[in-house]
Design a protein around this ligand. Structure first.
Ligand SMILES: NC(=O)c1ccc[n+]([C@@H]2O[C@H](COP(=O)([O-])OP(=O)(O)OC[C@H]3O[C@@H](n4cnc5c(N)ncnc54)[C@H](O)[C@@H]3O)[C@@H](O)[C@H]2O)c1
Length: 255
């Protein structure tokens, strides 16, 4: 990312105040764009604005699961910046699953944050994406492999993965590329040590049931609109950042 110049671009990140989203926001900010972040955590969102390099960023406290918050955020982004070059749909939550008695409302809440918000933002920005713009949806390996009691989260990630290839088809005429990334376990400091069951989920053997930090080899890329990249390993929030930048020259359609 350090070698890429995003000056004059607008990069939108949801859930950018903590964890992977914050690493993405910070990495982009270092490359020069104006950043727009929506996050539900007020203090962390305010501190992000103070700490981001560069000027003119927009950090808004709001809930991606609430339609009015998403609409008001999108309006502010367009008022301030006029167009969008990169949209990273990163925010998600879990309300666990059937064994914990996850309710209808809790299940829908996860879908609203993890799937409906990415759809709504894509819709609201549809006519304001620059040609060659990129939507990156942060999915999860849970989209295709689960652990017990993860129904709300797994369903949201499966839906987000499908939304990715549907949007890629629909937005291709607009010159907008749409991809998803499916991280394995990323150590954001909240999980502690992984269990053998956690490790077993990733048969590559690169997720271990103890704290390990091994870097993702550089140069792993996304080559086509609608692609999904899976990271079956335990990593650091920064590991996904290189993948979020989808080089235009790698796109099969040439935009
Ligand atoms: N950490 C992992 O192991 C892992 C693995 C696979 C996928 N992911 C995905 O990566 C993304 C980031 O995960 P993370 O581990 O950094 O999570 P995190 O919980 O550390 O951070 C999530 C961020 O999203 C914000 N957020 C939560 N609900 C929101 C809402 N309703 N509206 C706006 N903002 C909201 C939080 O305040 C926080 O800043 C998520 O989509 C997650 O599903 C994470």
């Amino acid at each position: 990312m350090r070698d890429v110049d995003f000056s004059g671009s607008t990069v939108v990140v949801t859930g950018g105040a903590c964890g992977i989203g914050r690493a993405i926001a910070e990495a982009f900010a270092a490359a020069g764009p104006r950043l727009a972040v929506l996050d539900v955590k007020h203090e962390e969102t305010a501190s992000l604005l103070e700490e981001l390099p560069g000027e003119g960023h927009l950090c808004v406290t709001g809930n991606a699961g609430v339609e009015e918050d998403v609409r008001s955020f999108a309006e502010k982004v367009l008022e301030c910046f006029g167009r969008v070059d990169v949209l990273v749909n990163n925010a998600c939550i879990t309300r666990r699953g059937i064994l914990s008695g996850c309710s209808f409302e809790e299940f829908n809440e996860v879908l609203r944050v993890g799937v409906s918000a990415p759809y709504l933002l894509s819709l609201l920005f549809r006519d304001h994406f620059s040609r060659g713009a990129s939507i990156v949806n942060i999915a999860s390996t849970r989209a295709s492999m689960s652990q017990k009691d993860t129904e709300s989260y797994s369903a949201a990630k499966g839906a987000l993965t499908s939304l990715t290839h549907a949007l890629a088809m629909s937005l291709s005429p607009f010159g907008v590329r749409v991809n998803s990334i499916s991280p394995g376990w990323i150590d954001t400091g909240v999980f502690g040590v992984l269990s053998p069951e956690d490790a077993f989920q990733h048969p590559s053997g690169r997720v271990r049931s103890r704290a390990v930090r091994t870097p993702v080899p550089p140069g792993t890329g996304i080559t086509a609109a609608g692609a999904s990249v899976c990271l079956h390993k335990k990593g650091h929030p920064r590991n996904g950042v290189a993948l979020v930048y989808v080089p235009k020259e790698n796109n099969v359609n040439g935009w």
